[in-house]
Write a protein of this length. Structure first.
Length: 161
């Protein structure tokens, strides 16, 4: 498998939307609770500072979005979200997406990449962020509503760009 990361194209939207909605519907990683339709997806992905896709021979394996975490005096801090198709997990696609977002964030003029809500039970993400040198900021108790109605801790992270 040869994975390349590139900026998305509108022709990617059906596959991107399917992958994004898979993560949203799982309800264990993203704060969003409503899936995107194609029109909403087109608007959402176009509104980001950058939307990148991981592909292998025209097949979209995953994607990420990159945008400011805040405005004004904190506008130099980026935020990102990553999703990998369930059929492509465990193949280092997520790692390639995160590494690309670090480079792209710096190219876009951001100085820090911050994650606001890494769910404590998302062990693969936590392991990856530690491996890549992200710094944990602490724990926000019961900061994430799980699909079964209980609240799980979240662990914000950052990485200097």
């Amino acid at each position: 498998m040869t994975v390349t990361i590139r900026e998305y194209k509108n022709t990617d939207l059906p596959q991107m939307t399917e992958i994004w909605n898979e993560v949203v519907n799982d309800g264990i990683a993203f704060p969003q609770d409503t899936p995107l339709d194609l029109i909403g997806a087109e608007e959402f992905f176009a509104s980001q500072s950058f939307t990148g896709v991981a592909e292998d021979n025209g097949n979209i394996l995953g994607l990420y979005i990159l945008h400011p975490n805040n405005v004004g005096r904190c506008g130099h801090i980026a935020n990102a979200s990553y999703c990998v198709a369930s059929s492509s997990r465990g193949k280092h696609v997520g790692e390639k997406l995160v590494l690309d977002s670090l480079l792209t964030g710096k190219e876009k003029g951001f100085r820090i990449l911050q994650f606001n809500a890494v769910v404590k039970t998302n062990l693969s993400a936590l392991h990856l962020y530690e491996k890549l040198g992200f710094v944990k900021l602490g724990v926000i108790p019961k900061g994430f509503l799980m699909p079964d109605g209980h609240y799980e801790d979240i662990i914000p992270h950052y990485h200097m760009l």
